[in-house]
Ligand binder design. Structure first.
Ligand SMILES: NC(=O)C1=CN([C@@H]2O[C@H](COP(=O)(O)OP(=O)(O)OC[C@H]3O[C@@H](n4cnc5c(N)ncnc54)[C@H](OP(=O)(O)O)[C@@H]3O)[C@@H](O)[C@H]2O)C=CC1
Ligand SMILES: O=CC(=O)O
Length: 340
């Protein structure tokens, strides 16, 4: 199939002196058998590709900004229209529905909240599928389950267009700094074509084969993330209770074999009971919930994640859905007070 936009991105990248992809793929990835590398198409004679971006929340806004700053021709849409304004001020175009964005762009990205919104945006009335046609591509970056991704794939493929799922690991700051990790699966030719765009927004990318595999990888990563955050919260509170400085714990962890950037980044704020939203707690709980369903579908026992899920549910019931996921610590504080 002739994919007009496939060969257009190199032109954009040449124009803006984009770093070749091989230089920003981190080394350890090279040893993984399922990692696929792509190279840019060489025909730079076609018109520049038009890129659509749907969903301008915490993640979508900086990702779309990076595309615009790199010189891409970006058209945006968001359910709450006012969130488009900062992007329009940077030079983005606007269309009034996902359908119109898809119809006016060569490749369209979506970064929305959850399975329900991803299906709505892709398959609903005035959704992406109704604006798709052969030669176009749709890349869903939202974190959803495999069944949702497969459903969207079917709707997009029925139009003759191509589909790629590409959820990301990395939060608000990595999105701003173009340091995201893309976990993709689906149409390989679309992966190859949009690789330059993924590289504008991220630091590395994986290709996992058939649709659903990228979603599964993302859910597993975030299941681990949620369990880590719950355990870290317990550690902070326990260190306090036994008279240790929790900042000391954070320092020790940072030098230890179990150090994680998340602990150093969020820990000092958690000690001060501050939870500026980077990764909304409701999304973290959604990810563990979906990961638990995935585990159940293959009869894999996940008791640690199940316990973490309960804690996130308690935090949600305390009105912390829109706080950062680190606010899960509040659920433990409340628990200790309840039992005191
Ligand atoms: N924040 C993070 O650290 C990370 C988030 N993710 C995942 O990325 C996705 C987006 O996250 P994030 O940007 O943080 O979330 P936000 O809550 O900040 O943004 C959610 C976006 O989804 C849109 N949306 C919600 N419901 C609908 C709907 N029914 N129809 C159309 N649009 C809808 C919102 O529109 P509106 O503005 O109108 O509400 C908004 O643009 C989620 O799947 C999340 O799990 C992945 C990695 C990291
Ligand atoms: O979804 C959040 C992340 O840090 O990844």
């Amino acid at each position: 199939m002739a994919m007009a936009f496939f060969s257009t991105f190199p032109r954009i990248l040449n124009k803006f002196k984009f770093t070749p992809i091989s230089s920003n793929i981190s080394k350890p990835l090279l040893s993984l058998p399922f990692k696929t590398f792509s190279f840019l198409a060489s025909d730079a004679s076609l018109a520049e590709g038009r890129v659509g971006f749907l969903g301008l929340g915490i993640m979508g806004t900086p990702m779309a900004q990076n595309l615009i700053k790199a010189g891409c021709d970006v058209t945006v849409w968001n359910r709450t229209k006012s969130k488009c304004d900062p992007l329009l001020n940077l030079g983005a175009k606007y269309q009034s529905s996902p359908k119109e964005v898809a119809a006016n762009c060569d490749v369209t990205f979506a970064m929305v909240a959850d399975p329900e919104s991803a299906i709505d945006v892709a398959c609903g009335k005035n959704g992406v599928a109704s604006g798709m046609s052969p030669g176009k591509g749709y890349v869903d970056i939202s974190t959803v389950d495999g069944a949702t991704s497969k459903l969207i794939n079917e709707h997009i493929k029925a139009t003759g267009a191509l589909f790629l799922e590409a959820p990301v690991s990395g939060s608000k700051k990595p999105a701003e700094d173009a340091q995201l990790i893309f976990l993709t699966a689906g149409e390989k030719s679309l992966y190859d074509s949009v690789a330059p765009l993924l590289d504008i927004m991220g630091k590395s990318r994986f290709y996992f084969g058939e649709v659903g595999n990228g979603a599964a990888m993302k859910l597993i990563v975030n299941m681990i993330r949620g369990s880590m955050m719950a355990s870290f919260s317990e550690g902070i509170l326990l260190s306090k209770k036994v008279g240790l400085d929790p900042n000391g714990l954070i320092e020790v962890l940072s030098q230890s074999a179990i150090s994680a950037p998340m602990y150093s980044h969020k820990g000092p704020l958690m000690v001060k009971s501050l939870y500026p939203t980077e990764a909304p707690l409701k999304h973290q709980q959604k990810d563990i919930r979906l990961a638990l369903a995935l585990a159940e579908s293959v009869s894999q026992s996940t008791p640690v994640a199940a316990a973490a899920n309960e804690l996130f549910k308690v935090a949600k019931s305390y009105g912390l859905s829109d706080a950062d996921s680190s606010a899960v610590i509040e659920a433990l504080k409340a628990k200790s007070q309840d039992s005191a």
